[in-house]
Design a protein around this ligand. Structure first.
Ligand SMILES: Cc1cc2nc3c(=O)[nH]c(=O)nc-3n(C[C@H](O)[C@H](O)[C@H](O)COP(=O)(O)OP(=O)(O)OC[C@H]3O[C@@H](n4cnc5c(N)ncnc54)[C@H](O)[C@@H]3O)c2cc1C
Length: 378
């Protein structure tokens, strides 16, 4: 089975690696590249083969995500959005909805997922986007912000309030009343197509409401975000791996004071910090992926832990990498300069570090070390 990295996909990944710096500077990935990746099933690799996907398990999909993250965090971000949209459709959609929408997402159509609003960031309970059922149609009104990949998307999975509950609706971006405005000059993942999305009286078939009904907002958010967090966590592993490659090469070849800089102890300490960051991030991601594959009840908290630890390690590790590269990495587009900027955003998205810490603390306070004891006993 293809793991999405090889064989057969070398050319497209080589092209992503070679062009990532230029796309970062231009703030755009050519659409043909994204549709080619999408049509090869590579942007949502966990979707099953019956829907045209690669059917990868969580570990393999994670390794693919890390690989893409090591080449280009913007492409990896688009991949996270597409995967999250597919996961949400798979989990919440009816059989008919899966049959209609999933083959589109493995066939080259691009997707985004929209939770955040100008007044509802960490506090998603404050969202005001409204879904109203009207006969066999649904009307969507609201405003979403910082939606990754929305500038490229053919469809956006929009989360909004539906009566006392919430629901996810698949919104084609060419529907009347949808307006998409690209966010200018994002600090990182600059080519990931972040955009504001306005929805003014968008009328769609009610069949586009996933599952056809309302669900509690926390359930809906946790379901969709779990996939996004896992993907971001592996993306952070990729950021660290990209830095390790660049830095070890540089520390061996760049000479100052008569020897390679890697032989100066203060520099080698930073190489060690970067190496440790990559190892720690990989370990928590592997552990969380294990929970996904075994269907463990620990899945949600293991995913929050993986996202939080990986993002924190990515920020620390990329700072070490930047210091080692110094002027050699200090230009826009350079893999380490990109990593340094991209990593910081990973502490903000899919539940900021503070929101993840609150969830981890709540879990620890509720369970003490009983989960640790259970694991040790296995
Ligand atoms: C690059 C990027 C990509 C994104 N992609 C998407 C996307 O695809 N889809 C989508 O829906 N959204 C997306 N977002 C939005 C993202 O989810 C929000 O930015 C994030 O949830 C934080 O919300 P906020 O920026 O409004 O910060 P705020 O919620 O205003 O928080 C500001 C600060 O206060 C802290 N804070 C808030 N509440 C608490 C609390 N109770 N306790 C302690 N600290 C707290 C936060 O951690 C943060 O440090 C993206 C954002 C970025 C930057």
């Amino acid at each position: 089975m293809s793991d999405g990295i090889s064989p057969g996909h070398e050319d497209i990944w080589r092209s992503v690696g070679e062009n990532a710096g230029g796309w970062d500077i231009a703030g755009e990935i050519p659409r043909t590249v994204l549709t080619e990746l999408g049509a090869a099933g590579l942007l949502c690799a966990e979707v099953g083969k019956q829907y045209g996907g690669l059917g990868l398990g969580s570990q393999e999909s994670g390794q693919l995500t890390a690989y893409v993250g090591s080449l280009c965090s913007s492409v990896r971000s688009v991949m996270t959005s597409q995967g999250m949209a597919a996961w949400t459709i798979q989990r919440l959609g009816t059989r008919e909805q899966r049959d209609v929408f999933l083959p589109q997402l493995t066939g080259g159509r691009l997707a985004a997922v929209a939770f955040s609003e100008p007044e509802a960031g960490s506090d998603l309970g404050a969202m005001t986007t409204e879904l109203r059922l009207d006969g066999d149609t649904v009307i969507v009104d609201g405003s979403k912000t910082w939606i990754t990949a929305a500038a490229y998307a053919d469809v956006i999975v929009v989360i909004g309030k539906l009566g006392d509950d919430a629901a996810a609706v698949v919104v084609p971006t060419d529907a009347e009343g949808v307006r998409i405005e690209k966010i200018p000059h994002p600090m990182g993942c600059r080519a990931a197509g972040h955009a504001q999305v306005r929805l003014d009286g968008v009328r769609l078939p009610a069949a586009n409401v996933l599952g056809g009904t309302g669900l509690p907002l926390p359930f809906l958010v946790t379901t969709a975000l779990a996939y996004g967090r896992m993907s971001v966590a592996w993306g952070c592993v990729g950021i660290l791996r990209g830095c390790l490659d660049a830095v070890t090469e540089h520390a061996r070849s760049r000479r100052q004071f008569g020897k390679p800089i890697g032989e100066h102890q203060l520099v080698s300490r930073r190489v060690a910090e970067l190496y440790a960051a990559e190892q720690v991030a990989t370990a928590v991601c592997r552990q969380a992926a294990e929970s996904w594959e075994s269907g463990s009840p620990e899945l949600v908290i293991a995913t929050v832990l993986a996202k939080h630890v990986s993002a924190t390690e990515a920020v620390r590790g990329t700072a070490s990498a930047m210091q080692i590269m110094a002027s050699a990495g200090a230009s826009d587009g350079h893999v380490v300069a990109r990593a340094y900027r991209d990593a910081k955003l990973m502490e903000i998205i899919e539940g900021s570090s503070e929101i993840c810490q609150l969830e981890l603390a709540r879990h620890a306070l509720a369970t003490g070390n009983s989960t640790v004891r259970q694991k040790e006993a296995q």
